[in-house]
Design a protein. Structure first.
Length: 135
């Protein structure tokens, strides 16, 4: 009788402890990529975005996303003046609409470089405005 009672109390306790141990692992992102051989073998020879090395359109999207977060964070903390942050956010919105328009038919090399230059320009303006605000 005592053993059955202990088992009934112990099983839910073990299940609860297993859930608490596994919860941090479940919160992480999980991605699986299956490849044969070394990752370098899947890349073609040469340099530049069209040949598998350097940046891709996905990298441009990531750069724009990180830059927008950086502008928001600096505007919130007062690292950049509110009006400058609004201007930078407007430029990033224009960039996003242009990126969407270009990406519908696939990016050509000229479109890729145009988008990259626009991001470089916004990054430069952000650096200058942060420098002006701090000094």
């Amino acid at each position: 009788m005592k053993i059955a009672l202990i088992r009934k109390a112990l099983l839910p306790l073990l299940a609860a402890s297993a859930v608490t141990v596994a919860t941090p692992a479940l919160a992480q992102n999980f991605s699986l990529s299956i490849g044969v051989g070394s990752p370098g073998y899947s890349q073609p020879y040469g340099y530049g975005p069209a040949r598998g090395y350097g940046q891709t359109p996905r990298d441009l999207h990531y750069r724009a996303q990180v830059l927008a977060q950086h502008v928001d964070r600096l505007a919130w903390s007062g690292g950049v003046h509110r009006l400058e942050a609004r201007d930078l956010a407007r430029q990033l919105n224009q960039y996003r609409s242009l990126e969407y328009r270009y990406a519908r038919n696939g990016l050509s090399r000229a479109e890729y470089h145009d988008l990259s230059r626009r991001l470089d320009r916004v990054e430069y303006q952000l650096q200058r405005s942060v420098y002006r605000t701090r000094w």
